[in-house]
Design a protein around this ligand. Sequence first.
Ligand code: NAD
Length: 495
Amino acid sequence: MTTFPFFSVPYAKHFINGQFCDSVSGESFQVIDPTSEEAISTVERGNAADAELAVKAAKDSFMRGDWSRAKPSFRKEVLYRVADLIEKRSDEITYLQAKEMGEPVLDSSGKVAFYVARSAQNFRFFADEQAQAGDHAFNHEDRLMTYTMTDPVGVYALITPWNGPFMLSTWKMAPCLAYGNSAVHKSSELSPLSIQVLCEIFQEAGLPDGVYNSLMGYGAEVGPPLVSHKDVAGVSFTGSPATARDISGRVASQLKRTSFELGGKSACIIFDDADIDLAAKEASLAIYSTTGQSCVAGSRILVQESIYDEFLKKFEAEAKTWTIGDPLESETTLGPVVSEGQYDRVMSYIDIARGEGRVLFGGGRPEGLDKGYFIEPTAIVDAPNSSRICQEEVFGPVAVILPFKDDAEALSMANDSPFGLAGYIWSNSIERAHNAALRLETGMIWINSGFARDLRQPFGGVKDSGQGREGGMFSREFYTETRFASFPLNPRRDD
Ligand code: NAD
């Protein structure tokens, strides 16, 4: 066992106009470590007055133009520095994520941890994208030339959830800032610590004051005044469908741009011609990684009847390979869920599932872990696809496994869901997999692989899983305004 280095836990403050600051109201609350169940820090409790200050700072910076009108090469230089500093402080970010949400540090001490590396990559990718992507020119009949101009839009509200608090935040900030916008970021009240490091990094990297602002506090208090502020041009939100509906209702009449990355109950379809060992291993990773607190978790596993019993055995064997415990210990692969509220919610779903089907394994608190919000990797079988455990997002280490007869039944079960975020297809026939991909009603599909990312992919879902796509040129579309100018051409010949 390696001992992960200890870092001091910051007081979670607002970061407005380049300065850390307290709430106007003077109110605060506590951050709870999900492993020890103890308060480890204090968070500022923002409200409308803080949102007003943050939006003003962002708007002023946008109008000043030292970022919004800066050369793309300057923005690239600053964002590359941000990426370098993120990598340099990898251990500290990893430590704080373990403390705020129980994400295991794995064996990453002294190396750049996976999620931290991805965060740095987000900044480098969009720094390059904005510097390289050109505009268009259209020549109409040698008579009219039109060219496009791509501009930043203004101030965006970026709202992020508690899972993957650092990486998911950078996934929004990187394109938002790279294209020259200013941002007010609202991270989750449950996991506000690692973002404090990012604020310091922006300061050190030379991002002009006010371009990035961060608000702390409860979503219901600081979120509504932020999203509905008249100077906020767009909202990029990652979280639950219920909150997205609330935001949508507030901003629709203001005709704001919105992008919603929401929840899922993603199906993992395993056909009888799949590599069953690999499928069982990847299906286990797809549901139990991050203790099931992942939007793209493969939480509904559909297995062809002829291989169903064999799959259950292999899947259970895979589930036993997870090491549950303190996320700061290098052998731990499965940490606690984020909070007491989430622990109670997941346990209540397991209780509901007992009435709808049968617990195949897990279903309780792991032996020897009396403290902390720990839950065993759990699998439910014999529940119909119409049951709550098959239809609702649990957001914990709970898989539900169902058999299917043939391809048509697999797809009809997979699509019988209010969600449509991700789908995983396992088959050794590319025709069969492609046919399934054509019919699967989800925004993202991975064939014979787990969650594999290329930052150009259009990330997002259909139905209750979201609206809009982010990634590569799809982010460019959301975070920029395209205009055109045209002028007549002198004809080169008479006709
Ligand atoms: P949540 O909707 O409760 O909160 C998300 C964020 O919104 C938090 O920062 C919260 O403070 C803020 N918020 C809450 N009420 C608000 C309001 N009225 N106005 C504005 N902001 C408000 O979600 P959560 O529980 O933090 O996260 C879990 C959910 O996020 C799950 O459904 C999960 O699937 C989803 N998620 C989706 C993706 C994706 O990319 N599709 C990624 C991660 C998580």
